[in-house]
Design a binder for this molecule. Structure first.
Ligand code: FNR
Length: 387
């Protein structure tokens, strides 16, 4: 049987018996407010904010509320199996830490802290191209831990190839290609705060440590930071691509390739036709297209259409164990956790990330068992009713 993640609950009650409360909240709905207390307005709103009116960020949460779990009784669910296989890797739970860039804006240890926490739990962390830690330093922090790499696709093929080669050489196994951010969405919070971390060279560790990117500059980033930032921004924004561009990635990556940001069933079919290994049904946490449909609302149709041809992962709005159960029941193989772990990082670095993820896993374990289900595998729509 798999690791008993639910034991975190007993651990916390035992500490309570000794007179100690948890160092961070166990309530996922309070994490954002707690993080706001420790962060400056710029970084806080950069993490919490969404595009436009925030309608899609809200819709992502509301979509979960429209489904209810229907518990079963006397199913002998004392022992639960949370481990599962995702893209050929056995994971202790169907949870992956989503790619989140510029983590230095919330904690000095940034991606290194996240990498250590993820590795300790045996869960993959997806390192962002916009990370504030180099590919190699994040890999060193993750040690033997599973690690995936997320690509913002530079329009200079040699720079792209160099970044991918470094990621492979550093032990990143899965390539997650983000398709929904070839330009930033309209984000009023950041605009009103005059805040974009990249302008201050935060989140540029990957290109600035890349020999091919550096060869494209007249002066090194250390000599002329502003020019280097502008050169990089012009490489990763302003260029959308077509489906015919995907073979380039296959030529430069010999592991599984996952397309992140899929929301339309036809795009999911095109992804399967293109032979990629997986997709992430995601709207980037509502940070790109304000008014876009809730990611969860598109999951069942997409999973039904392509779930037997590639692996369907999901993110955007996952906060609780029940959310994970619902996403799996609607066809996801695993979920990516986003903002909650970043709030944990803000609150307590590595310890904060570990606490947030362990809390989610404990909640998932207990919710699964109390719903009368013994395994995360094989959950289907029969687990749920539409409210
Ligand atoms: C992101 N996300 C993201 N995605 C990506 O592919 N590359 C990236 O660098 C980032 N950076 C990033 C920064 C911040 C501050 C946030 C909040 C999100 C999107 C992320 O991977 C995921 O899709 C969303 O976080 C999911 O939404 P929720 O569940 O966090 O609301």
């Amino acid at each position: 049987m798999s690791e008993r993640f639910g034991h975190y609950q007993s651990e916390l009650y035992l500490q309570a018996y000794g007179g100690t409360k948890p160092p961070f909240t166990t309530d996922p709905t309070r994490l954002e407010a707690e993080a706001e207390r420790v962060l400056d307005p710029g970084p806080f709103h950069y993490v919490a904010g969404g595009a436009g009116s925030g309608a899609t960020t809200r819709a992502n949460r509301e979509a979960f509320d429209r489904w209810g779990i229907v518990p079963r009784m006397l199913t002998d669910a004392t022992e639960r199996e949370l481990s599962t296989t995702v893209l050929g890797q056995t994971l202790p739970a169907p949870v992956v830490l989503a790619p989140v860039g510029v983590q230095s804006i919330v904690h000095t240890e940034a991606e290194r802290a996240t990498a250590r926490a993820a590795a300790g739990l045996g869960l993959p962390m997806v390192l962002s191209t916009a990370s504030s830690t180099s590919i190699e330093d994040a890999a060193a922090a993750s040690g033997d831990g599973p690690r995936w790499f997320q690509l913002y696709w530079p329009n200079d093929p040699d720079v792209c190839g160099s970044i991918l080669a470094r990621a492979r050489a550093s032990g990143y196994t899965v390539l997650v290609v983000t398709l929904d951010t070839w330009s930033l969405g309209w984000r009023p919070c950041d605009l009103d705060n005059g805040y974009l971390p990249f302008l201050k060279a935060e989140g540029t560790a990957v290109p600035f440590s890349d020999p091919v990117f550096r060869s494209r500059l007249d002066a090194s980033p250390e000599e002329d930071q502003a020019m280097a930032v502008l050169r990089w921004i012009s490489m990763i924004t302003g260029t959308d691509r077509g489906w015919d561009a995907l073979p380039f990635l296959r030529e430069h990556w010999d592991g599984p390739i996952v397309l992140k940001g899929i929301q339309h069933v036809d795009d999911a079919r095109l992804a399967a036709d293109a032979g990629v290994d997986g997709i992430v049904v995601s709207n980037h946490g509502g940070r790109q297209v304000d008014g876009a449909v809730a990611a969860l609302d598109m999951l069942p149709e997409i999973a039904t259409a392509v779930g037997d041809r590639l692996e369907v992962l999901f993110d955007s709005g996952v906060r609780t164990g029940a959310d994970v159960v619902k996403a799996l029941a609607l066809g996801a193989k695993a979920v990516l956790l986003g903002r909650p772990y970043v709030y944990g990082l803000a609150l307590g670095g590595e310890d904060g990330v570990r606490h947030v993820v362990r809390s989610l896993l404990a909640d998932l374990d207990l919710t699964l068992g109390l719903s009368g289900r013994r395994s995360v595998r094989g959950l289907g729509p029969e687990v749920l009713v539409r409210r």
